[in-house]
Design a protein around this ligand. Structure first.
Ligand SMILES: Cc1ncc(COP(=O)(O)OP(=O)(O)O)c(N)n1
Ligand SMILES: Cc1ncsc1CCOP(=O)(O)O
Ligand SMILES: [Mg+2]
Length: 352
């Protein structure tokens, strides 16, 4: 069997290379914040991140560097030499910083736990930086996110959502029809912080005031809730606003109103929405053929039937009980995701 012990020099070279990559990427972002945006706060954030990482770049990491034998120095990818516009430059460099910080966090745990911690904290800050520099990134992410967890009240709410995030979930809605507002605010804040740590989107059900209060990524509104235009006036132009729909007319209205996405369902009857009739697969077929915006099939979907929902044309699915009541929410999330996107690394886009 292969010996998986890691030579110290290899570890140091990984830390050296990724400390450099992260700081180079930060420098690119910093220049835009300084000379393009002329934003002192953002510029300062970049600078502090660079300096914090610089202070962690120990001399023996640099000394372990051996460019002559490093096979990576000669490898280039066409995507490294192409940049279409400023947005592309920012996106590529923000991703590069995030990747390097993730590598530093993982390998740092083996050699330098202090660096691992700094990398973890820096990564959260870079996510925040990204949302400030590229507000459109939220919508792009929404379009690419196959699985949506809508929560239900549970004594282990935070633990369950964390497990689902560990399983790869990237979109969470806090839905709570029973708690008092103090509890709702507290849980919404905790979930928002948790989602931020996983770079996942966080949406509030029904409550525009709470969405504003915790600076959520958006709000989900039902048919009886306020107009989308009013929600945008309250929340600002960069927030996501979703609308529930049960038929083509409601879909058309949601589109005309400017929804960013719609819920399509209930596909099956569900105890989570008692008394609400199932819309069945006809509406999925209609959405697949007609919907020009992201749409999430919802209602009674779980591990046993998600394959049929996907087969009928859904590419994005929202669930409550399938994850909230799962014995192992992390494993269930992974299975649902596996059905929704069997080839997660392909560049295939979910939307036209
Ligand atoms: C993604 C998604 N789709 C539909 C709903 C249902 O919203 P609504 O009709 O307002 O019902 P409640 O969830 O408020 O009971 C949703 N929450 N999320
Ligand atoms: C909130 C909502 N809107 C339409 S169906 C539904 C509930 C879905 O819950 P579950 O996934 O447990 O069937
Ligand atoms: Mg509602």
């Amino acid at each position: 069997m292969q010996n998986l012990a890691m030579p110290e020099s290899a570890l140091w070279r990984i830390l050296d290379a990724n400390l450099d990559r992260a700081r180079e990427g930060l420098r690119v972002i910093e220049e835009w914040c300084r000379f393009g945006r002329e934003d002192q706060g953002l510029t300062q954030t970049c600078k502090e991140l660079r300096q914090t990482l610089g202070a962690r770049h120990l001399p023996h990491y640099r000394q372990a560097r051996n460019t002559a034998t490093d096979p990576g120095t000669t490898l280039t990818h066409s995507q490294e030499t192409e940049r279409s516009d400023l947005r592309d430059v920012l996106q590529v460099n923000l991703s590069r910083i995030q990747e390097s910080l993730r590598v530093l966090e993982e390998y740092g745990k083996l050699a330098d736990p202090g660096l691992a911690q700094v990398a973890k904290e820096s990564r959260y800050q870079v996510y925040i930086l990204e949302s400030q520099l590229l507000p459109q990134a939220k919508l792009d992410k929404l379009k690419q996110t196959p699985l949506y967890l809508v929560t239900s009240p549970h004594e282990n709410l935070i633990t369950i959502v964390k497990a689902a995030l560990e399983g790869g979930l990237q979109l969470v809605q806090y839905r709570d029809k029973t708690s008092d507002d103090q509890t709702r605010l507290h849980l919404a804040q905790a979930l928002k912080t948790l989602c931020q740590q996983y770079n996942a989107l966080f949406i509030l059900n029904d409550r525009v005031d709470l969405a504003l209060g915790v600076d959520a990524d958006g709000v989900h509104l039902g048919q009886q809730d306020i107009p989308i235009k009013l929600a945008r006036r309250i929340l600002g132009p960069d927030k996501i606003v979703g609308r529930s729909t049960t038929n083509p007319q409601e879909m058309e209205r949601a589109i005309a109103e400017g929804a960013d996405y719609i819920g399509v369902g209930p596909i099956y009857t569900t105890p989570t929405k008692p008394g609400k009739a199932a819309v069945g697969f006809d509406y999925i077929h209609y959405a697949q053929a007609q919907a020009p915006l992201p749409w999430f099939a919802i209602g009674g979907i779980d591990e046993t039937n998600i394959g049929q929902v996907v087969q009928a044309g859904a590419k994005q699915v929202a669930v409550v009980r399938a994850i909230m009541a799962a014995a192992d929410p992390q494993a269930t999330t992974q299975k649902l995701l596996q059905t929704l996107c069997p080839h997660p690394n392909s560049t295939h886009s979910l939307h036209r």
